[in-house]
Design a protein around this ligand. Structure first.
Ligand SMILES: [Zn+2]
Length: 324
């Protein structure tokens, strides 16, 4: 299914749909298990980097398998969107639309304003012929995500959103209010330090900008990228068992919970899944140096990701129990 009805209900209901990136079968299984157990709609998204890693055809068929798998797990009518994350050209979006994606993002945020509008409109005009929904982006997020890199962030300008949404016809809008891609969202100098734990405390999200955008576009679906919270227990596990991720820091979950209650109806989470997977694998291999069957360490990795997904759905986004 596409995101149209899903977002309408989420905005009205004051919750957000989880958008989890996936690259592997284990991630897909964990996402589906978590969504089924919590009765949550879910967006499974694929980045350009994921397509390069795993092959587009394989990921598409994994997503098809996800729907069947959800039914097999007892969910009569799963609500699963297959979404392209950060499409960077009309051709890439068209390829995904032609091959069964139900939603695409066209990210023209690095382009001049008028060029972003022209590219987004071109994708929207094509996508809507096939009832595929389109996410656009205004404003620039900092951080690194696959092939998306930006040094500095620029908040979305609220005075541009009506013009942009009207002229492009996009179905949802990713905005920049201080979230950031990756596991190193902020430099230490942008943060304060918790005197007790020594951990970095990131600067708060710009809720004033979010509320101004909501006032300009009442009820319009808003998307937050770069919204992993970088759970410190996972970071600690990674560092304890041979990793080296000093000062990895994310968006505090209370702020994401707060954002979910507003017009923010899709929250993207990628790094947290990578951390959960890596933490479990590092711990398992450190504790079982004689094991070498990938199933032995991928099983706890899958379990750990599933636990994280369920936590996000239930305690952060509030999308549990929201199926049809
Ligand atoms: Zn993103």
């Amino acid at each position: 299914m596409n995101t149209r009805e899903m977002f309408k209900k989420a905005v009205a209901g004051g919750y957000a749909i989880p958008a989890f990136n996936f690259n592997t079968m284990e991630q897909m299984q964990a996402i589906v298990q978590a969504a089924v157990e919590t009765k949550s709609p879910v967006i499974m998204q694929v980045s350009k980097g994921a397509r390069n890693y795993a092959n587009g055809t394989i990921l598409r068929n994994l997503a098809k398998g996800a729907v069947e798998y959800a039914k097999e797990l007892g969910c009569e009518k799963p609500e699963i969107v297959l979404h392209l994350d950060h499409g960077d050209s009309f051709e890439l979006c068209k390829d995904c639309i032609d091959n069964g994606f139900s939603s695409v993002m066209i990210d023209g945020s690095s382009l001049p304003y008028e060029d972003n509008i022209a590219l987004t409109k071109q994708v929207v005009d094509y996508a809507h012929q096939f009832d595929v929904t389109v996410e656009a982006e205004l404003g620039v997020l900092a951080g690194v995500e696959d092939e998306v890199v930006a040094e500095e962030s620029h908040y979305t300008k609220p005075e541009e959103v009506i013009d942009f949404a009207t002229r492009t016809g996009c179905d949802s809008l990713a905005i920049s209010i201080g979230t950031s891609h990756g596991a190193y969202k902020f430099k230490p100098e942008q943060c304060t330090r918790d005197p007790k734990t020594g951990k970095l405390v990131p600067p708060p999200l710009a809720f004033d900008v979010l509320h101004e955008i909501e006032n300009k576009l009442p009820g319009f679906p808003i998307v937050l990228h770069g919204s992993s919270s970088v759970p410190q227990d996972e970071v600690d596990t990674i560092n304890k068992f041979g990793g080296n991720l000093p000062d990895a820091v994310g968006i505090p979950e209370e702020q994401l919970r707060e954002a979910s209650k507003s017009a923010v109806c899709k929250i993207n989470i990628d790094s947290d899944s990578r951390l959960a997977m890596t933490a479990a694998i590092r711990q398992y291999l450190a504790e079982h140096p004689d094991h070498f069957d990938p199933r032995q360490y991928l099983k706890p990795a899958r379990e750990n990701m599933k636990k994280m997904y369920i936590h996000k759905i239930v305690n952060v986004l509030g999308s549990d129990g929201k199926l049809g």
